[in-house]
Write a protein that binds this ligand. Structure first.
Ligand SMILES: C[S@@+](CC[C@H](N)C(=O)[O-])C[C@H]1O[C@@H](n2cnc3c(N)ncnc32)[C@H](O)[C@@H]1O
Length: 410
C-alpha cells in the first residue's frame, strides 16, 4: 500500500499542475519499489488522454476530490496497460480509496467504477474509440497543431512521443574512445545508431558502466548533434548561455580546446553543471545570470543559445508536457527566446558563430524565430538549419547556426 500511496501522491500532484520529474523525485524514498512507482506513474501520464477519455465516458459528474479521480486513473491504467490481475487491482484501489478519504461512499464509488470497467470493458472501449483524444492519446490543440505543421508526419510524431524513452550515452573522448568503451558492454545490451550508443534496457544511472569515473554521460542523441553541426575552433572564447545541466557545455569541452563560460539563470541548476564538470574532470567558468540582459565584459567567438522552450520534442521523456503545456505558452517562450538571442548577439565577435537550439518541434520557436533573427539582427547570415523530429530512439530538436559578418555591408 505504501507504493500505491506514493503513486497516488505523484499523480495527484501532476493533475494539480506539478512537474512529473520533480514530483517523482520528491516523493520516492528507499522504502519504495522505485521501479514499480516509475512504471505506473510515468506510464499513466504517458497514456493520460486514453485513460481520461475512458473515465469521462463512465463518470458523468467527476468527484470533487482529485485524489479519487487519480485512484480511478490508476485503476484504468493498471487494467489496460499492466498484467496485474483485475481482482487485485480493484481490491487494492478500493482499500486505497477508503484509506485516503475515510469515506465509505467514495469507497463504494471507486468499487463501482473499477468493477464496471472490468465487466463492460469491450462496450466502453467501443464507445470511446473514435474520440479524438483517445485515438491519438494527445490533447486536441496539439493534434491540430502538429497536423497543420507536419501533415505527412504528425501521426509518427505523436507515436514517437508516446513511447518510453531510451537512454543514450555520450562518450567522454578525453578519457576513452567509443570503440574502447563499447568493448566492455555486453553485445546485446546496446544499439549503435548514428555513431552513438543507446542502452537497450533502462537502468539506474549509477549502474551504467564507468559513469561515476566520467567515461560517459547520459545525453539524447539529437542533443549530441551540436558538435556535428557547428564546432568552435581551438582557443575560442565560448559562451554556453543557457547551460544547465551542462550536457552541451561538457560535450564541447570533451571535443574542443576552448575557454568556456557556462551561464544559467537558475543557480540550483548551475550546480548540476558544476557536478557534471567535476565528474568528467573538465573545467569552465560558471556564471549565474540572465542571458536576456547580461552584458559581461568581453566578446565571444562562439555562443550556444540552448534556450528555454516548450520542450515539445521531449514528450516521451517528459510526458506531463502533454497535460501542462497550453497553446498560449508558445508565444511567451518565443518572446523570451528572442530577448535572449538579441542580447547574446551583441556579445558575439564579428566573424563569430551563434548556435540557436530548442528541444521543441513547434515552428514558432524554430524556423519562424530563425526568420525573425535573420530579419532583426545586424550583420547576420544563416549558415544552416536542422529540424529533427522525435524518433523511436531520440528527441525532437532544432538547430539554427547564425554567423556574424566580419564587416557590415556599406
Ligand atoms: C534547455 S535547458 C538547457 C540544456 C543545456 N544546454 C544542456 O545541454 O544540458 C534551458 C536552460 O536555460 C535556463 N534559462 C532559462 N531562462 C534563462 C535565461 N534568461 N538566462 C539564462 N538561462 C536561462 C534554464 O534554467 C535551463 O537550465
Amino acid at each position: 500500500m505504501n507504493d500505491y500511496r506514493t503513486i497516488l501522491e505523484i499523480i495527484t500532484e501532476v493533475l494539480n499542475g506539478r512537474n512529473l520529474n520533480e514530483s517523482f523525485a520528491s516523493n520516492i524514498s528507499e522504502l519504495n519499489n522505485i521501479g514499480k512507482i516509475k512504471d505506473v506513474s510515468y506510464g499513466l501520464i504517458r497514456n493520460y488522454y486514453i485513460i481520461k477519455t475512458i473515465i469521462a465516458d463512465m463518470v458523468k459528474n467527476a468527484p470533487s476530490d482529485i485524489r479519487v479521480v487519480a485512484i480511478l486513473y490508476i485503476g484504468i491504467y493498471e487494467l489496460e496497460f499492466t498484467k496485474k490481475p483485475a481482482y487485485a487491482i480493484s481490491n487494492d484501489l478500493v482499500e486505497l480509496a477508503y484509506e485516503v478519504t475515510d469515506d465509505v461512499k467514495l469507497k463504494g464509488f471507486v468499487n463501482a467504477i473499477i468493477r464496471g470497467f472490468i465487466r463492460n470493458k469491450d462496450s466502453i472501449i467501443e464507445a470511446v474509440k473514435s474520440k479524438t483524444e483517445y485515438k491519438y492519446n494527445f490533447p486536441i490543440w496539439m493534434i491540430s497543431k502538429l497536423k497543420a505543421e507536419y501533415p505527412r508526419k504528425y501521426l509518427e510524431i505523436m507515436a514517437n512521443s508516446s513511447i518510453e524513452p531510451k537512454l543514450a550515452l555520450r562518450v567522454n573522448l578525453r578519457k576513452t574512445s567509443v570503440d574502447q568503451y563499447i568493448k566492455q558492454l555486453d553485445n546485446d545490451s546496446y544499439t549503435y545508431i548514428d555513431n552513438k550508443i543507446i542502452l537497450n534496457n533502462s537502468m539506474k544511472i549509477e549502474m551504467i558502466s564507468l559513469f561515476k569515473e566520467g567515461h560517459v554521460s547520459i545525453q539524447d542523441i539529437s542533443a549530441q548533434k551540436l558538435i556535428e553541426i557547428a564546432k568552435p575552433n581551438d582557443g575560442d572564447d565560448v559562451l554556453d548561455a543557457c547551460a544547465a545541466p551542462g550536457g552541451k557545455s561538457c560535450q564541447l569541452l570533451e571535443n574542443c580546446n576552448i575557454n568556456l563560460t557556462s551561464m544559467d539563470i537558475d543557480n540550483e541548476r548551475l550546480n548540476k553543471v558544476r557536478q557534471n564538470l567535476e565528474r568528467l574532470e573538465l573545467s569552465a567558468t560558471l556564471i549565474n545570470a540572465d542571458a536576456a540582459t547580461w552584458t559581461g565584459n568581453k566578446k565571444y567567438d562562439f555562443i550556444v543559445a540552448d534556450v528555454p522552450c516548450t520542450a515539445s520534442g521531449t514528450m516521451k521523456r517528459n510526458p506531463d508536457i502533454k497535460l501542462h503545456r497550453k497553446q498560449s505558452d508558445i508565444a511567451q517562450f518565443v518572446r523570451t527566446q528572442r530577448k535572449i538571442v538579441s542580447n547574446l548577439w551583441a556579445l558575439l565577435k564579428p566573424g563569430g558563430i551563434l548556435v540557436y537550439i530548442t528541444c521543441s518541434i513547434f515552428k514558432e520557436e524554430n524556423h519562424d524565430n530563425c526568420e525573425y533573427f535573420i530579419e532583426q539582427l545586424s550583420m547576420v547570415k544563416k549558415i544552416s538549419e536542422l529540424n529533427i523530429l522525435p524518433t523511436e530512439y531520440a528527441d525532437g530538436f532544432y538547430y539554427c547556426v547564425l554567423g556574424k559578418e566580419k564587416h557590415a555591408d556599406l
